[in-house]
Write a protein that binds this ligand. Structure first.
Ligand SMILES: [Fe+2]
Length: 350
């Protein structure tokens, strides 16, 4: 192993030792492949150096992460250009989204671990990328044709494009919106339809999907109060991905839901808000707690999540590595949360 300063550390390198903060908390675990966002985290915590495996020749090319970053940069650029009435070119976005779909169709789990980056300033754009990923994973589980999945992905990443027409004072308001502001905010579906209809390469069906992403299964959504199968299939998929991702983010007016709580919320609203068949597929397919993330349990134990999918990942098996604020545990032990109903996740650490 060798010791590197943060400037010398690159994404793709493998940690040879745990990164432990001065107060004893583990930030990252030995064996972890460093990703760009973890580098940012190390900087934020003023970690001076890390130990990495010697064999940097085997540096993995983290192409999925590059694609995620590209998707974020592209959708951000497009939405900001529309806001300031500059010309937009969606060719680059289309290429990146196609690349993302291609990867997800081959292996959905890698992208799932990239979702959930929470950056207040970039919330709308990161949320758009995450909704795209969840929608594609769900569409794949529903066995949609590839062409349909590629179109759905573009509609999903653009689902909130209409927010470009919402005044920033309302969009970024720190606090609850008034009734009048909520009505203005709701216009983003129609705005989105109008904007997307003007974009080359966006079909009318894709624009309709964007328009309908806040419609609800029981007809209580907006803007047209459509019901059940009158709502485009793509919009029914995106609405589930949208609500799930939004619930798991901190907002100014409420603390975020833990992923299993968000999944429970969706299931509780099954048959009123969402298409039950799609919701079942969504819950059965996404990794609610993706492999390797580090979570805090209500027992004060800090644990790494072991691989699981769908319902099983709501209460996964975990490997306990330390106690909160305590030293690392030499011999990690496992807890199966499904067999220990009084133990649950209270926070996500990394
Ligand atoms: Fe929306």
């Amino acid at each position: 192993m060798k010791m590197l300063s943060l400037d010398e550390t690159k994404a793709g390198m493998k940690l040879a030792k745990d990164v432990v903060l001065d107060d004893g908390r583990i930030l990252l675990l030995k064996g972890f492949t460093i990703k760009t966002r973890y580098l940012n985290k190390l900087k934020a915590y003023n970690v001076p150096f890390v130990f990495v495996e010697e064999d940097v020749a085997k540096l993995e090319e983290i192409s999925e992460e590059r694609v995620y970053e590209d998707a974020f940069t592209n959708i951000k650029g497009i939405m900001e250009s529309i806001r300031y009435e500059e010309n937009v070119d969606i060719i680059q976005l289309k290429e990146t989204v196609n690349e993302m779909v291609y990867h997800i169709l081959n292996d959905d789990m890698v992208f799932m671990t990239l979702t959930g980056i929470r950056d207040i300033d970039n919330y709308t754009f990161l949320h758009s990328v995450d909704v795209c990923i969840y929608s594609v994973v769900t569409a794949k589980a529903l066995n949609l044709a590839n062409d349909e999945i590629y179109d759905l992905a573009m509609a999903a990443i653009l689902h909130d494009v209409g927010k470009c027409k919402i005044p920033l004072s309302i969009l970024n308001k720190p606090g609850k919106l008034t009734g009048e502001e909520i009505e203005i905010m709701k216009r983003h579906s129609i705005n989105g339809y109008e904007i997307a209809s003007q974009m080359p390469g966006i079909s009318d069906k894709m624009a309709r999907i964007i328009c309908q992403h806040h419609e609800k299964w029981d007809g209580t959504g907006y803007p047209l109060r459509l019901k059940t199968y009158d709502i485009e299939l793509g919009a029914r998929i995106i609405s589930i991905a949208d609500v799930y991702d939004a619930l798991t983010a901190d907002r100014v007016y409420r603390k975020r839901f833990m992923p299993h709580e968000a999944a429970e919320y969706l299931m509780a609203n099954n048959e009123s808000q969402f298409d039950p068949r799609i919701l079942k597929n969504f819950i059965n397919t996404i990794a609610i707690y993706p492999e390797d993330i580090v979570v805090l349990l209500n027992t004060g134990e800090v644990a790494r999540v072991l691989p699981a999918k769908g319902m099983a990942s709501m209460r996964p098996k975990v490997s306990v590595i330390t106690k909160k604020d305590g030293p690392p545990i030499i011999d990690p032990y496992e807890i199966d949360l499904r067999k220990n109903p009084t133990v649950f996740v209270t926070d996500i650490i990394s």
